[in-house]
Ligand binder design. Structure first.
Ligand code: 21W
Length: 247
């Protein structure tokens, strides 16, 4: 996969050299490149922003540097394409697990990051979709791009080792994860649930499913809405509700 980023703060992407993402880049499974679109300004002060028509507070990113930077990315590409272009925008669709899996199916992604107050609307003719991290205001799109890149590349076959697979993680099956323990079985008097040391794999699987359902029901009931429950899940959820009512 090839990932391009357009940003006024290329140094903010230093963390991409670290850890699993950095290794994927070193191995060649991932190519990553940040373009500073200030390099594409045509005015003498290298301004990238200007006042909004109609008045109002703040400045807007101008269309011209963004258009020219995207055109340079296309010119540099074997297929003369910027691939699938994502604009980081607090007014975009809220990014989730399914977006990450979907973005992982493109061989080329370009993330466009703004700072300041917003964009000239015509920048949106360059982009395929607008994505947000969530309902809070950031100073720019860079952290959003890094979060989305991290969540996306986890789905690439060569990025995570064989041991950790992207499937089986929380959200993959729509439930939060069950509690896990490692040695010792008794740490400062805090004991591992007995079922986990019983060797009874069916009981362990049932315990884990029940704990997942309980945590999801208590913390993220929205994840259970519209879920197709199996008979086992329905029965366990009934038990959970009864236990919570009694307890
Ligand atoms: C903050 C851009 C506020 C635009 C019309 C009138 C990218 C982000 C960002 C930023 C505004 C994301 C306006 C969650 C975020 C981002 C910088 C609002 C003001 N428009 N996800 N006045 N939160 N933020 N524009 O802030 O670029 S993804």
């Amino acid at each position: 996969m090839k990932i391009d980023v357009l940003s006024l703060f290329p140094n903010m992407f230093a963390p991409m050299q670290e850890s699993i993402i950095g290794k994927a880049i070193d191995r060649g499974s991932l190519s990553f490149s940040v373009t500073d679109f200030r390099d594409y300004t045509t005015n003498k002060h290298n301004n990238v922003d200007d006042y909004p028509f109609g008045g109002g507070a703040g400045m807007l990113l101008m269309a011209q540097p963004m258009f020219d930077a995207i055109e340079a990315i296309k010119e540099n590409d074997d297929k003369k394409s910027a691939g699938h272009v994502v604009l980081l925008d607090p007014a975009g669709k809220k990014f989730d697990h399914t977006d990450a899996e979907r973005l992982a199916s493109y061989d080329h992604l370009t993330f466009v990051c703004g700072h300041y107050e917003g964009y000239d609307e015509r920048i949106k003719t360059l982009v395929d979709e607008e994505l947000s991290l969530g309902d809070y205001v950031l100073t720019g799109g860079e952290l959003g791009a890094m979060v989305m890149i991290d969540a996306t590349v986890r789905f690439l076959p060569d990025v995570l080792g064989n041991r950790e697979s992207a499937t089986g993680d929380s959200f993959q099956d729509g439930l939060l994860e069950y509690p896990q323990y490692t040695r010792p079985a008794d740490f400062r008097g805090m004991k591992v649930p007995e079922v986990l040391t019983s060797g009874n794999h069916q009981k362990i699987a049932e315990w884990r499913l029940k704990e997942s359902l309980k945590k999801t029901y208590l913390r993220r009931p929205d994840l259970l809405e519209g879920r197709q429950f199996t008979k086992e899940e329905r029965d366990l959820l009934d038990d959970i509700k009864t236990e919570l009512d009694e307890g």
